[in-house]
Design a protein around this ligand. Sequence first.
Ligand code: CDP
Length: 248
Amino acid sequence: MILVGTESDIKLFNEDGTRIDGRTVEELRPIKIETDVLNRADGSAMIEWGGNKIMVAVYGPREAYPKHTQDINRAIVKARYNMAAFSVDERKRPGPDRRSMEISKVISEALTSSIMVEKFPRAQIDVTIEVLQADAGTRIAGLTAASVAIAAAGIPMRDFVVGCTAGKVDGHIVLDLCKEEDNFGQADLPVAVLAKSGKVVLMQMDGDLSEDEFNQATDMIMRATKRINQLQREALTTKYSEAIAGGE
Ligand code: CDP
């Protein structure tokens, strides 16, 4: 029996010890974040992270509707993660599926812990995450961009949410898996934290890691989130200084 695309026939490491896309084990893919890309939304952001292209729009806080969903003590954060039909190699069937509902739920929870939701009783904050092009790590890239879009909307936050993935590929622990590594690697660990405190607000794992490997992976992720948070901050300050320079 011939199995196409199993671990045995895909080489994920080059002879010189670099990865399939030429990166070292702890090297991030290029990341670009831009804010205020949509005029109608209260806040927005576009992130390009490796081959991922993801757009985020934020609306609110506004009165939660239907009324029975209102919480008298705080705002509810409704994140909706969606993959465009053309975002992946094989056409993605439009509409929510189990995967997108799970991702929307974990992203909503992660964002809730970063926003001062208690300031907006009975309100709702809508966060729409549209994946236009997917290349592994979309939940983390979408969440990282969502935190920037929420800040751009002027919604009070305790801290940024910032994330990264690490995983195991050909027996090596590596940072920020690309599509081939995600598909044919042995483990994938997406993690998101609050930038200042380092408190974990999202952690999922696909595959198996030993305790040592897990520690190595989370150490890499924590170092990477510091750099990515810098990019989140720069995306906002660049926009702000451009506005001042333009006399807005
Ligand atoms: O994107 P993320 O790593 O957060 O989630 P995943 O479920 O581990 O998916 C990994 C990658 O598989 C995605 O980023 C897509 O590139 C790809 N994928 C796909 O091609 N078709 C799907 N229906 C779902 C995912």
